[in-house]
Design a protein around this ligand. Sequence first.
Ligand code: CP
Length: 360
Amino acid sequence: MANEKKLSDISWSEFQGLSLIDKAPYFRSEPPHTLIAQQFNRADLEELCALATRIKRINKRREGANYLKTLLSDKRAMLYFAQPSSRTYLSHNAACQILGLDTMDVRDSKTSSEVKGETPEDTVRTFSSYVDMIIMRHPVGGFAERVAWMMAQTPRPIPILNAGSGADQHPTQALLDVYTLQRSFEKIGGIDGKHVVFVGDLARGRTVRSLAWLLTLFEGVKLYFVAPDSLQIGQDILDLLDQAGTEYELTQDFESVMPTADAIYMTRIQDEWDTGDSSTTEASDFHIGAEHMDILKPTCAILHPLPRRQEVSTEIDNDPRAMYWRQMRNGMWIRAALILKTFHREDEVHRYYDAYKPPV
Ligand code: CP
C-alpha cells in the first residue's frame, strides 16, 4: 500500500507525540495489532459482529466446532496478564481454543524472569520468540503500544492484542460491549439514535473510555455520564466526543436519566488505582436494583463489564433487560472473530457458513 503507515518507520518519541486518531493507522499495517478503540471504524465493527455470530452458529454443531478448531491450529498465542483478570483471560483463552490455537500464559510477573531484573520489554520479546500472537494485560498505560512498536524493530514482529492497559484502554471489552448492544437492539433499529448512560467510576474505567469512543461511530447516539465530580469522565474523552460531534451530558442525577435510557452501563469503583489521597466513597451511591425496574424502558439493556460490587443488585439478574451475563459470553465470540481476522482467515469461515448454513 502506497501510504501505509508502519511502526518500523517512526521513532518511539515521535509516535508517542501522536494523537490517538493519528496513531490508529499504524496498528492496521502488518502485523495488525489491537491496541486502542480509536483504530476501529464502523465497517470494522459490523464485520466483526457478523463474523462473531457466524462463528457462534458454526460452533453449535460438533462438525462445525471441529472445523473451527482446524482454522488456526498452526498458531500459538501467549496470554501475558500482569494484572488480575477472570473474564478477559478466560474468554481469550476460550476463543483461542475454539479456533485451535495453542496457548501459553504468564499470569503473574513474579513467575517470569522479571524477578531477576529482566525488563518488561525483554520479557515480552522473549515471549514473542515462541508464539504467533501476544494477548496482554498490563498496569502501565501505553505499554501494549510500546510492545507493538518494539515488535516492529525485530525480524519477527507478531500481533499484540491489548486486553486492558492501565486506566486508559480496554478495546476488546469495547468490542464485546458493542456486540452486546447490537444484539440487544437488533429488533429496535440497532445502536443508531440510542441513549447510553454510563454510571460509576468513569475517570478510571478503561472500559468506558474505550466504549465511549466506539459509540461515536453510530449516528445520533447520545451519551450520559453519571458520576461524582471526582470520578467523572476525563476531558480527553470529552474532547474526542466533541471532535466526533457526539452529543453528551454530565450529571449526578441517575434517576432523572433512567426513564429515557436505551442502555445503562454500570461500573464498579476502580479502587485498585487509589493513591491514598483520593476519596471514592461518593460513587457508591449509584446503584440499580429492583426498585428501578418499573421506570426503565421495557427494551433498556443493562450492561456491566464485571466484576460488580453493590452497584447492580443480584435481584435483577433474571430480568430480561439484565444483559451482563450474556455480555460476558459475547466476549468469547467477538474475541474469536478478532483473532481470526488478525490472521486473515475470516474468509474461510464465511465460505463454510455459506456452504453449510448452520442453525440460527
Ligand atoms: N471486564 C473485565 O475486564 O473483567 P476481568 O477483569 O475479569 O477480565
